[in-house]
Write a protein that binds this ligand. Structure first.
Ligand code: F6P
Length: 544
């Protein structure tokens, strides 16, 4: 891939555009285009995307279309789908989309064997799923708990989809053990018993320290309760089955997936086995189909009409030209309570980088900080800052039109709140309105000033007709492609994650230094390279 950054003329135009936008705002765009909502909204896979309350307009989109052409966006998109090794630092293709459509929309593959690998991966998941179901049916004690051990992409996706799609009080409860923090493990084990618990260790590499240590401790727990060979009944999901075999998992209990599926893009693979065991493989297939629908939109649509590209262009515009440092995501649905965690990894591990694809320093702002939460809870905490804080924080609201419970008044209230927040962020509240509302009350000037909302704060709304496997699949695929577009716009490799490695290496060095049985003289030998604060913390922990 070539090193192509933003052309100076495009940068200049966008920067002028942003200056105007900062002065004029968003409301005037509604006044100058009475069909603005229609012109800036899109419907794909039963999701309505409404960008009208952002600074988007035709002239901005045209500049971004020009930008896309200059950086050969369409060639790069094709390279991704065709299986070129777009992850240049690790020499890998990025083909999780193949798991959603093993026919790859008819796109010719650079390596045709990837199609066979994708089919084999889907078949392996189905076979293992059916085998486990058959075994479970024969058990004297039914399985009530699954311990899913995995971290990062090996946990966040399955956790999200199991919460979103399992319904209320499913027969099987999944306990996700990701953190090395023993409190999490103890808490989960305390809720399980050996007779009714199935263990699945999930790790793309099957070398991740936290995951292996957690599986060790889970097997110790089984042994302590009389199960002599626990690993014989554990399952493993990995792209490197040899590592799982070496660890001691029987070959027949391993379900593998191809190495061209990245960790944070692996929710579409057998990594989601535990979730599928809870809500059924049929729903999982619908989830894949929903994502494939978004893939088709993304691959086949010109940038100016492409929701993934448009969202990424707006992200780029806000971070680079309007100085936004973060972006907030609010899901107005309890079942999507893990969405922000999932998207944080997806976007920031993909695009939080400072090198271009050729290794030179990046000359633009890359990923914003992704944060957020669940509505309406967030309204009683961070929304103060969203409405009256001094930073520009583009926000997005994910609403689900139809609930799957019968408490209609709750759902109506929930949606009323979500919609009202988007209106309030845009409209704001001026002194005239405050006087109109509080005319009788003799408010002090001080109080009136405090009640002013500047408004003109951008938000995007995504309205799902219902939370189904299909809409969830399409929504996550939308975020993935948006992340890809974001990476292409700033010319980075979105698919490696070197930034997580330094800390991991140092943790290995620090670990023995904390061990009270390591003599101080030994600790002293390893202090080189550590700063005074770190050494002080090590000393204090040794003492404790
Ligand atoms: O922290 C880096 C990372 O490699 C993530 O990208 C990944 O999702 C996570 O660790 C877990 O890795 P694995 O699935 O190999 O255990």
């Amino acid at each position: 891939m070539s090193s192509t950054s933003i052309a100076p003329a495009i940068k200049q135009t966008l920067s002028e555009h942003a200056k105007q936008d900062l002065v004029k705002g968003i409301k005037c765009k509604f006044e100058s285009d009475h069909d603005r909502v229609a012109h800036t909204s899109y419907d794909i896979a039963d999701i309505h995307f409404d960008f009208s309350k952002t600074h988007i307009d035709q002239s901005m989109l045209e500049v971004y279309a020009d930008y896309a052409a200059k950086i050969e966006f369409q060639t790069k998109r094709h390279a991704l789908f065709a299986g070129e090794r777009v992850n240049v630092t690790e020499g890998r293709s990025v083909l999780h989309t193949l798991l959603r459509d093993p026919g790859n929309q008819g796109i010719e593959m650079v390596r045709p064997e990837t199609l066979t690998q994708a089919q084999a991966a889907r078949a392996a998941l189905l076979n293992q799923y059916q085998d486990i179901q058959a075994q479970l049916a024969e058990r004297a004690t039914p399985i009530r708990n699954i311990i899913h051990v995995g971290i990062g992409g090996s946990a966040l996706g399955p956790q999200l989809i199991s919460e979103a799609l399992s319904g209320v009080n499913p027969d099987i409860k999944i306990h996700f053990i990701s953190n090395i923090d023993g409190h999490q493990l103890v808490d989960a084990l305390d809720r399980c018993d050996v007779e009714s618990t199935l263990v699945i260790g999930v790790s793309k590499t099957f070398t991740t320290a936290e995951t292996l240590q957690n599986i060790d401790s889970v097997s110790d727990w089984f042994r302590a309760q009389g199960v002599t060979q626990p690993l014989a009944n554990f399952y493993a999901v990995t792209a490197y089955p040899d590592n799982a075999v070496k660890y001691g998992i029987p070959q027949s209990n391993i379900v593998s997936f191809p190495e061209w599926v990245g960790g944070r893009y692996s929710v579409w693979s057998s990594v989601s086995l535990s979730a599928a065991l809870v809500f059924g493989i049929e729903k999982f297939e619908e989830f894949l189909a929903g994502a494939a629908e978004m893939d088709r939109h993304f691959y086949q649509t010109e940038p100016v009409d492409n929701v993934c590209f448009i969202a990424a262009a707006l992200d780029h515009y806000y971070t680079n030209f309007m100085h936004a440092k973060s972006r907030a995501i609010f899901a107005y649905d309890h079942r999507l309570r893990s969405l922000v965690d999932y998207l944080q990894q997806l976007e920031t591990e993909s695009n939080g980088k400072d090198r271009q694809v050729d290794g030179s320093p990046v000359d633009q702002q890359t990923s914003a900080v992704i944060w957020g939460g669940v509505g309406t809870d967030v309204q009683h905490s961070v929304f103060q800052m969203l409405h009256q804080g001094t930073s520009l924080i583009p926000s997005e609201f994910i609403l689900v039109a139809k609930a799957d419970h019968e408490l209609d008044s709750h759902h109506q209230e929930l949606l009323a709140n979500g919609v009202a927040q988007t209106a309030a962020l845009l409209a704001g509240q001026d002194l005239d309105k405050i006087n109109e509302l509080h005319g009788e009350e003799q408010l002090s000037d001080l109080t009136k000033q405090a009640k002013i909302f500047s408004g003109e704060r951008p938000s995007t709304t995504m309205l799902l007709s219902q939370l189904t496997p299909r809409t969830l699949g399409a929504l996550l695929a939308f975020y993935e492609h948006r992340t890809f577009c974001g990476g292409v716009l700033v010319n980075i490799n979105s698919y490696d994650q070197m930034g997580v490695e330094l800390g991991k290496r140092l943790a290995k060095q620090v670990n023995p230094m904390l061990d009270p049985s390591t003599p101080a003289s030994e600790v002293q030998k390893n202090v080189e390279g550590f700063d005074a604060s770190t050494l002080d913390l090590i000393a204090r922990i040794r003492q404790a």
